[in-house]
Design a protein around this ligand. Sequence first.
Ligand code: SF4
Length: 606
Amino acid sequence: MKIALVSTPWPLFNRPSIQLATLKAYLREHLPGAQVHAHHFYLSIAAGLGYGLYTEISESTRLSEIPYAALLFPELGEEMERLWRRATRGTKEAGDMALSQVRRALERESLRALESVAWDGFDLVGLSICLGQLTSSLYFIREIKRLAPGSRVVVGGSSCAGELGRSLMTAFPAIDHVIFGEGERPMLHLAREAASGKSVPSPFPGLLSPGDPVSPQGSSQVEDPDTLPMPDFDDYFSTLQSLPHEKAFHPRIPMEMSRGCWWRGADPDGERGCAFCNLNLQWSGYRHKSPARVAGELEILSEKYGTLSFSFMDNLLPAQGLGETCRLIRELDRDFRLFAEIRATTPRRTLLAMRRAGIRHVQVGIEALSTGLLRKLRKGTSTIANLEIMKHCETPEAPDLSANLILEFPSSDEKDVAQTLRNLDFALPFRPLKPVSFWLGFESPVWRHPARFGIRRTGNHPLYRHLFPGPVLGRLTLMTQGYHGGRRRQRRLWQPVREKTAKWDKEYRRLHQSPGSEPILSYVDGRDFLLIRHRRPGRFHMTHRLRGTSREIYLFCGTRRTLDRILSRFPGLGEERLLPFVRMMVEKRLMFREGSRVLSLAVRSR
Ligand code: SF4
């Protein structure tokens, strides 16, 4: 049994594919004697194309599907050329190149990669198709079938879940099987059936083959992720070693602690989890590895591949056992450079434990600075909680924070925008959020219940009209959806927020341009007094002094507190003294108040 696993452009080139690595290890464990080759074609193509250009394309969901669509459907060339020119405005390298140039370079590099493999020697060829990889995968499938017409092609990954995968098989008959959901068990079944000589496998949950019923078949998952073998990244590293010396770099290894999302849980009706999210289409429910397994895996992979840079690919880190996981990683006593995604409700003590373990950078699910809008988004957080994590991540003891601010969410209104504009004033001392326009994901709760969000009609995003000929597109259901319902109004509404975030970004950079700059809003403690320093761009810095109980209240509200809690902590105080103090501190933007909860905004500077 010989199996080829393939990943095509446009994943980040400096990271091996976790999908290929876990599947390869699993198949080799369960099919002794099988040869499994993982082809990270995106790496050799990135090296051939130039890492700068590759990165620009791979980081833009608007750009990434265009070049291979131009190779697949040259008859749409002129239209795509126009689209390319529009989409590359403001880019450094892509904007200097015509699509035809990029297309030729890609074709050359892709054919070189494809022709380096004897495709007719494989019993199965599996492609992992995730975001941005649709047209490149379709191009590779076409070429693999041209080079070896008898190849049996199976596709899986987040872009193939449910209806998406079924429609792909209908529109592209070169695809022989589709795996919905997790790949391990259906792929193993398919390989075993192929090994026993069956050209049509017996039905199996999560596997769609020609002639199978059109109705969904469910999925088949690995119950306990601790039973998965260590991911095998050898093929990526041997491709990397084969590159010319000047193309060498130090890769970042992806790892999984969990699959699915505990915030969403099992959610067959789209009633739970964040309203905009469709990140969990290929998983049912939530599973996570034990702390000992995570730390053990990190240790083994670090030793084997001689690296300390890892990214946890989880939608969000497990809430359960995270402290223990951090403790075990810390005991490994290595200078890890780790990245992870977390919820905004993650408490400070966990952030500190994460940083001590080597998690230096986190993507946090902030998404909004209006509690009304956060409710519509079903984030399960609030503006004050969001500001609190932004503040904690401003200190060197916690990881650096990146986060998005979702604009133009359907059903957002003037009140949400006004709240956001007001609350942004309190967020200005912290790392700026990245404004991103809402996009409608197939099977997200908003897509499932459009009327609740004022959406009248949905369908494939209009961008795809430029990428696929009409008859092909007519058979496809695709990940990014378009919709009708107040889009122009939303763009107008959110324009002031867009402008304010751009200014925020500029000023924050200006205030942090010299290395080791102090936080914008910080305090130093003199034991019976507190000095709060507010750095302001182009103006004198302001200093405020708090003494006695005022100092103690400010320190006590370092994490958000209710007024009742403050009053019970300071029994002699009384509302008549507390409320004017809080009001004054809020007016000076030194504290934030939301309902009965209060948060001090300055971070300690030592
Ligand atoms: S956005 Fe993150 S937290 Fe929200 S449902 Fe999706 S995966 Fe879960």
